[in-house]
Design a protein around this ligand. Structure first.
Ligand code: NAD
Ligand code: FE2
Length: 388
C-alpha cells in the first residue's frame, strides 16, 4: 500500500448547538480580537448573533463584504480590515465563500507580495493567524480542507490556493446554521457535497480512509438532500446533510476531486455560475465519460445511492449511478443542460481550452482526459443528453 497522509481541521465540533463552543476555542487559540468574516445576508438571517451571543466579553470586529465565489479584491479588502483593526484571528461564518475568504486572508495578512503568488499548490510560505470555520451551508466542506477557491475576474477563471497552512484550526459544524439557507443554495451546495463524495471515491488517490467517508456521505446526502430541500426546518435532514458534507470534505480534502470540478471552473469563471450548479450540470456527463475507467466503483456508488444493483451487469450498475444522479439533480430543480444559461455553443471550445489546463484536478480523475474528450463532455452537457 502506498504511504498516504490524512489531513483535516485540527479540531471538529459537530451537533446542534455546538456554536456555543466558540468562546472556549477563541480562548484556547489565544485570540484577543478576532475578525468575523461573513456577509450581510448571513448577518440579516441572524446567524452572526447565534455565534456572537456566545462570545460574551470577547471584543471582535466584523468584515461583512464577502461575495459569492469571492474575487481576489475581496481578500485584499479583508486583509486591510484585519490589519487596520489590529485583529489576531479569524472566525468565518458562512458558506464556502466566507470560509475561503478567511482562509486566504489568514495567510495573506502577513505576506508582503501579491495574493496571486499563492495560486497553485504549496506556494504559501507559512501559517497565518488562527481560524475557526463555522459553515452555514452543507456544503463545500471548506471547514476541513486545505484549499481556498477564488475568482480571477480578469482571467475569467476560478483559481485555487492549496496549502496545508489553510487548514482551519477549528471547524464548528452546527446544523441549525444551515436552516435559513434559501432553497437554491441548499440544492447547489448539497449537490456540491455529493460531487465531493463521488469524485473522492473515483479519484486515483482514493484510500480506505477516504472511501469510507465518501461512500457514507453519498448515502447520507441521497437520503437527506431531497428532505432538506423541500422543508428547511426538517432538522434531522439538516443534521445529516451537515455531517455528510463535512465527511465528503474530509474525503476529497485528501483524495482530491477530478474532472467535474476542473470542467466546472470555466463555468464559474466565465459565466458566474454557482459552484454547485456547474458541478451538477456536468456530473452525469463526466460520469459517463469516466465509465470505462471505473465501472466497478460506479456500481458501488449506485449501491450507496440506494439503487438496487443485485443481478445487474457492471455496466448496468454503473448506469444506475448516472441515472440516480440525474434524477436527484432534477428533484432539486437544477437545470439539465448548459443551454438553460447564457452560454453559446461557440463558447465551448474556449472552455475546453481553459479546463484542459487544470492539471491539479484532472490528474486525480480516473480517466485521463484529452482536450477533445473535455470538449465532448461540454457538448453533451450543452445538448443535455448522454451520448451512447
Ligand atoms: N475550499 C473548499 O474546499 C471548497 C470546496 C467547494 C467549493 N468551494 C467554494 O465555495 C464557494 C461556494 O460556497 P457555498 O456553496 O457554500 O455558497 P456561498 O458561500 O457562495 O453562499 C451562497 C449564498 O448563500 C448565502 N447563504 C449561505 N448560507 C446561508 C444561510 N444559512 N442562510 C442564508 N443565506 C445563506 C450567502 O450569503 C450567499 O449569498 C465557491 O466559491 C466554491 O468554489 C470551496
Ligand atoms: Fe466543490
Amino acid at each position: 500500500m502506498n504511504q498516504q497522509q490524512f489531513k483535516s481541521a485540527y479540531k471538529i465540533w459537530t451537533g446542534s448547538g455546538s456554536t456555543k463552543q466558540v468562546k472556549h476555542e477563541v480562548e484556547r487559540l489565544k485570540m484577543k480580537k478576532p475578525l468575523i468574516v461573513s456577509d450581510r445576508i448571513i448577518a440579516d438571517a441572524g446567524l452572526l448573533e447565534e455565534v456572537c451571543d456566545h462570545l460574551d466579553t470577547v471584543s471582535y470586529g466584523t468584515f461583512l463584504e464577502v461575495q459569492p465565489e469571492p474575487a481576489f479584491a475581496v481578500i485584499e479588502a479583508c486583509k486591510r480590515v484585519f490589519l487596520e483593526g489590529d485583529h489576531d484571528g479569524f472566525i468565518a461564518i458562512g458558506g464556502g465563500s466566507a470560509i475561503d475568504t478567511a482562509k486566504a486572508a489568514s495567510v495573506y495578512a502577513t505576506y508582503d507580495g501579491d495574493l496571486s503568488d499563492f495560486v497553485g499548490t504549496d506556494l504559501v510560505p507559512k501559517k497565518g493567524a488562527p481560524l475557526i470555520a463555522i459553515p452555514t451551508t452543507a456544503g463545500t466542506g471548506s471547514e476541513v480542507t486545505n484549499i481556498a477557491i477564488l475568482s480571477d475576474k480578469e482571467a475569467q477563471l476560478k483559481k485555487g490556493i492549496a496549502s496545508d497552512f489553510l487548514l482551519p484550526d477549528v471547524a464548528i459544524v452546527s446544523p441549525e446554521m444551515t436552516r435559513t439557507a434559501p432553497q437554491h443554495v441548499t440544492a447547489a451546495s448539497g449537490i456540491d457535497a455529493m460531487v465531493h463524495g463521488i469524485e473522492a471515491y473515483l479519484s486515483v488517490n482514493a484510500s480506505p480512509l477516504t472511501d469510507a467517508l465518501a461512500l457514507q456521505s453519498i448515502t447520507m446526502i441521497a437520503r437527506s438532500l431531497p428532505k432538506a430541500y423541500t422543508n428547511a426546518h426538517f432538522l434531522e435532514a439538516r443534521e445529516e446533510m451537515a455531517t455528510a458534507s463535512l465527511m465528503a470534505g474530509m474525503a476529497f480534502g485528501n483524495a482530491g476531486v477530478g474532472a467535474v470540478h476542473a470542467l466546472a471552473y470555466p463555468l464559474g469563471g466565465r459565466f458566474n455560475m454557482a459552484h454547485g450548479v456547474s458541478n451538477a450540470l456536468l456530473l452525469p456527463f463526466v460520469m459517463e465519460m469516466n465509465k470505462p475507467a471505473c465501472l466497478e466503483r460506479l456500481g458501488d456508488i449506485a449501491t450507496a445511492l440506494g439503487e438496487k444493483t443485485t443481478g445487474l451487469s457492471l455496466n448496468e450498475a454503473a448506469d444506475r449511478a448516472i441515472l440516480a444522479m440525474t434524477r436527484l439533480c432534477a428533484q432539486v430543480n437544477i437545470p439539465a443542460s448548459l443551454k438553460a444559461f447564457d452560454i453559446e455553443k461557440s463558447d465551448l471550445e474556449a472552455m475546453a481550452d481553459d479546463a484542459s489546463k487544470i492539471d491539479r484536478l484532472l490528474k486525480n480523475n480516473p480517466r485521463q482526459l484529452t482536450k477533445k474528450e473535455i470538449y465532448e463532455i461540454y457538448q453533451a452537457a450543452y445538448e443535455g443528453r448522454i451520448a451512447r
